[in-house]
Design a binder for this molecule. Structure first.
Ligand code: FES
Length: 123
């Protein structure tokens, strides 16, 4: 799995998430209270709207355009079972945050078991 450096852990001071663009795809990196990170595609599956402009409450984000709701941890769309935001692997090395170039689901070495999906943190 290939990774690309996108930012620094210090970029998250006072922020729950930051949005990056990886290969023209909008991806949000979230920081957990314990200092670990996870990443998820952040463009609505309906009309590609930027979900960082949506309302985030708990583990849910609501697209401001037509109200589709997603679980930001699993990527599941609560409106349409067949639609899912793709997840990216996050690797923290020192102060640098790296994201997988491709979504985990697309990677050749993606784990079959959901429990084994790579989420790394320096927590
Ligand atoms: S663009 Fe997100 S619900 Fe329509």
């Amino acid at each position: 799995m290939d990774f690309v450096r996108v930012g620094k852990t210090a970029d998250f001071e006072g922020k729950r998430f930051r949005r990056y663009t990886i290969l023209a795809r909008k991806v949000a990196v979230f920081r957990e209270p314990d200092g670990s990170f996870y990443a998820i595609e952040f463009a609505c599956k309906h009309q590609n709207w930027d979900l960082s402009t949506g309302r985030i409450g708990g583990d849910l984000v609501t697209c401001p355009r037509h109200g589709w709701v997603y679980n930001i941890r699993t990527g599941a769309c609560l409106r349409h079972d067949s639609k899912r935001l793709r997840r990216y692997a996050v690797k923290v090395e020192g102060d640098d945050i790296h994201l997988s170039v491709r979504p985990v689901e697309d990677a050749d070495d993606a784990p079959a078991d959901e429990e084994e999906w790579p989420i790394f943190g320096d927590g």
